[in-house]
Write a protein that binds this ligand. Sequence first.
Ligand SMILES: [Zn+2]
Length: 277
Amino acid sequence: MLKASVGAVEVTPLLDCAILMNPRTFIPGHGDEFATEFAHMADERGLMPMAVTCYLVRSAGRTYLIDTGLGGRKRPGFPGGHLDQSLADAGVAPSDIDVVLNTHMHIDHVGWNTLDAPDGSRAAFFPKAEYWFLEDEWAFWMQPEHLEAPGNAHLSECAAPLMEQGRARLVKGETAIDEHLVYIPTPGHTPGHVAVGIASQGERGVVVGDASHHPVQLVHPDWSPSFDWDPVMSAKTRDLLFDRVIDEERTWFAGHWEHPGIGRLIRLDGKRQFRAL
Ligand SMILES: [Zn+2]
């Protein structure tokens, strides 16, 4: 199994599922441009191969899981996730996870937080873990208008029960997670969205969450996906993050880029490019 290291921190990509997105719906207004200019990034049907990848991070004696994918529930219009199998393949038991870090609270990032028990209750899938959410993100999604909106059942299934069970911890942006990991506020995709910065032994990395969904955004940072809460803010955040990652020579971990989404961003002849690990 592929593993990357950033100094003493070890990062293992775990695939929840591969996905294919239609550029016309995913990046509204830019589908035709994508089809003509970036045909080499599309499959034979013109779809964008992407992924839902979670990252297992071993840092400072603790085992973290950054995001938990779509989960095992059947949801109309969504594939089922297989993070449980990917964990097993990596030799990791759910009880090995000390802390779950949710970069934000969308359906494809909190799915395996819980499992449905036969009695209708929701049990934590990671039985020993503390689940960290950003305070701003929690406050936004837990407003009744969002909590009760169609398509948001995952909030009641995968987030709220953890608070009721005393397993959720709300933290503020820019919080140090441990001596190597820190939250980097990257708002726009959602109000409280964060990336996770890694720094150890002079090396640096970043797990980007949904600050970027596809490498085409290196050239077109303003191609914000339809899922972005504030597409103007997300474009600005994305643009700044790309430049920061290049300047700081950080290893890049992007869960929605084609699995495993790991490599380096570089600037060549003034243009940003991705070099996969
Ligand atoms: Zn996502």
